[in-house]
Design a protein around this ligand. Structure first.
Ligand code: KG4
Ligand code: ZN
Length: 364
């Protein structure tokens, strides 16, 4: 085996069909191509991702994405050293579509196949983009997941805590729906919040009385709903300013909770005495300016480097799966045709399964 690996990655665990080719040489990596075909339009009428529609779309689009990724990279399948595929966690129909295609490609070409945990793909991205050294602290904040992980190795993660109900992105999306704003809710709520007063509605900061790193976001949206209904009852509707103030109050509450729990997670992480301490965030919510600023402040005070991958690599993509596949392949990991698609797959094998965590969304 030469030191250079050219890996094809496949991702289909939620509503993005993606294929990418990454060339890894030692610690260096080049993304030769990264194709993402999103499904927002297909699900727009339903207020959420419809698993059956997602699975069908993945089945139709995956091989086209692979063709496009090969073409953009100027390669053919024979130039690929191994195939990495998201084998979970996620919506089972979509994960199955990817795993079946990977098995077919592997059987037809004789190339090795590596099943990758989607969360590991996100968690290893700072190594792809920044060359981050282990151990680093990772905060995943997306539409379906929210957790703190210490990345100790490509196959070694310690989960410090996470949401016990909704993920923050899910809470942003529900808030947008309650206020009649467009989906995805994060960017709409952020835009409204820019004109709002975050102090007018004091929304709860749940679980801050607990010393752990667990979080809860579902009560926040209920509190917001109550404020909205109170306004409607009192004045027959809500004004533009009311809406902006509600968005600002909500966003501040999310940022405060994430910042406070990041402080706690950093304390556990720093106890490992890392040589170059780093916090990396990934997931769509990491795009939020207030959330980012709050995390940056916490890191600056703790003397920890803050980093966020470029947005296209923060959200779902297949380059992160190809890279994670390369890391695992180097560790000797390889799967055969018995590779299973897994709807749930905790990254931290030592952690107790958490009821409710990440249950309502399949994204990570
Ligand atoms: O990582 P992502 O693209 O997909 C997964 O969930 O895997 O994240 C999408 C989520 C959505 O819930 C969206 O509302 C949220 O990230 N999001 C944001 C922002 N941009 C996207 N949330 C807050 N502020 C934003 N600017
Ligand atoms: Zn994801």
């Amino acid at each position: 085996m030469t030191d250079t690996l050219t890996i094809l990655g496949l991702e289909s665990s939620c509503d993005d069909t993606a294929a990418a080719i990454v060339r890894a040489t030692g610690d260096e990596a080049v993304i030769l191509s990264s194709v993402v075909d999103g499904q927002i339009d297909l699900h727009a009428d339903f207020g959420g991702v419809v698993p059956e529609i997602a699975a069908r779309a993945h089945t139709e689009k995956l091989d086209l994405c692979v063709d496009a990724a090969l073409e953009q990279a100027g390669l053919t399948l024979s130039d690929i050293d191994a195939i990495a595929v998201t084998a979970g966690p996620g919506l089972i129909g979509g994960v199955l579509a990817g795993v079946m295609l990977a098995k077919g490609l592997s059987a037809a070409t004789g190339k090795p196949m590596i099943g990758v945990n989607h969360l590991a793909g996100h968690a290893l991205t700072p190594r792809l983009t920044e060359g981050a050294g282990f151990p680093y602290l990772m905060l995943l904040v997306s539409g379906g997941h929210c957790q703190f992980l210490i990345a100790k190795g490509a196959d070694d993660f310690e989960r410090l805590g996470g949401t016990i109900d909704d993920a923050p992105g899910e809470a942003f999306d529900k808030t947008a729906r309650l206020l009649g704003l467009a989906q995805p809710g994060g960017p709409s709520v952020e835009a409204e919040a820019a004109n709002g007063d975050p102090k007018r509605f004091r929304l709860p900061r749940p679980l801050l009385d607990r010393p752990d790193c667990d979080m809860s976001f579902s009560g926040l949206k209920t509190a917001l709903l109550r404020e909205r209904d109170r306004l409607i009852e009192a004045q027959g509707g809500i004004t533009r300013q009311d809406r902006a103030d509600l968005c600002a109050g909500f966003q501040s509450a999310v940022a405060d909770v994430l910042a406070a729990k990041t402080r706690r997670a950093l304390a556990s992480y720093l106890a490992l005495a890392p040589a170059t301490p780093m916090l990396a965030v990934a997931g769509g919510v990491a795009a939020n300016k207030q959330v980012r600023a709050a995390l940056e402040t916490v890191c600056a005070k703790a003397g920890v480097t803050f980093t966020a991958p470029p947005l296209a690599l923060c959200t779902d993509n297949a380059a992160m799966i190809a890279w994670a596949g390369a890391e695992l392949f180097r560790l000797g990991r390889q799967d055969d045709l018995t590779l299973a698609a897994r709807p749930r797959w905790p990254l931290d094998r030592g952690a107790m399964p958490m009821l409710g965590s990440g249950k309502k969304g399949a994204k990570a």
